[in-house]
Design a protein around this ligand. Structure first.
Ligand SMILES: Nc1ncnc2c1ncn2[C@@H]1O[C@H](COP(=O)(O)OP(=O)(O)OP(=O)(O)O)[C@@H](O)[C@H]1O
Length: 248
């Protein structure tokens, strides 16, 4: 799976959110960091083929996403978990994840196995018959992660997947995404600890522009004393913000 974004411009109405963004995504875990409103969700929605690029090119598996038709050719390979995902509260956990398998074109003969595998990954096997409405916030989020990974899509896009997870669940989440092997995984987060623990690569977005694109170690190297932050990574993140936003 290859994902190429070249000179992407994206926005809503008359406002431009992303301007001239070029990145290439490879198998492994890439974190999208950036302040509120930086354009992380907008980029993930564009990669999920929910929003056609306003300008520039998005190419997934060598297919340029420039029409609904081209988007349909790649959607089966994409698992996208939006920040606020909806569900029918009466659905069972297994039905919810099966629905994703169906949408992703997993053949019906493989639904049971794929759903079992996804539920096992997120440790919800025992809750498979529970109604979605009866789950705690953290369990719902894990059901959402199962939704995104069922059928093993080769591009997984997770928008703030660790919000609402308790510390143990966050550790479980790290284990889940570390096990996705040669999948291209992009996750947006505000939790710098998650980035340091599991991501191969970090892209820091600010005002729709990539202010940093490199490894966690390279990002860490930018952190220096004199900037606010409890870890080198936090200080490095602060270093990448415009000067006026670097101090508290
Ligand atoms: N549907 C929409 N219509 C109009 N403007 C929008 C819409 N969605 C987002 N925006 C605007 O686009 C900009 C980028 O938003 P986006 O949600 O992509 O940022 P983000 O980095 O994901 O932020 P957060 O960390 O708060 O989730 C913001 O200024 C936001 O107000």
């Amino acid at each position: 799976m290859s994902v190429v974004v070249d000179a992407l411009a994206q926005g809503y109405g008359t406002s431009t959110v992303i301007d001239n963004l070029s990145i290439t995504l490879r198998p492994g875990l890439t974190a999208l960091l950036g302040p509120n409103g930086a354009g992380k969700t907008t980029l993930l929605r564009t990669l999920a083929t929910v929003m056609p690029p306003r300008n520039g090119v998005v190419r997934i598996d060598d297919i340029e996403i420039d029409s609904e038709r081209s988007a349909r050719r790649v959607r089966d390979h994409i698992g996208y978990l939006p920040q606020d995902f909806g569900f029918d509260p009466q659905m069972t956990v297994a039905d919810f994840v099966t629905y994703a398998a169906w949408m992703r074109g997993v053949p019906s003969g493989q639904w049971r196995r794929s759903v079992d595998e996804a539920l096992e990954m997120v440790d919800l096997t025992d809750q498979r018959r529970a109604k979605m409405r009866s789950l705690s916030g953290g369990m719902r989020r894990r059901a959402g992660i199962a939704w995104a990974v069922v059928g093993r899509p080769r591009l997984v896009l997770l928008d703030e997947p660790t919000v609402g997870l308790d510390p143990r669940q966050r550790l479980q989440f790290r284990k889940i995404i570390s096990g996705l092997g040669d999948t291209v995984v992009v996750l947006s987060t505000h939790l710098i600890d998650d980035v340091g623990a599991v991501c191969d690569r970090v892209i820091v977005l600010h005002s729709g522009e990539a202010r940093f694109d490199g490894t966690v170690a390279e990002l860490e190297a930018l952190g220096h004393d004199g900037l606010p932050g409890h870890s080198r990574l936090e200080r490095a993140y602060m270093h990448l913000l415009p000067e006026g936003e670097q101090q508290l």
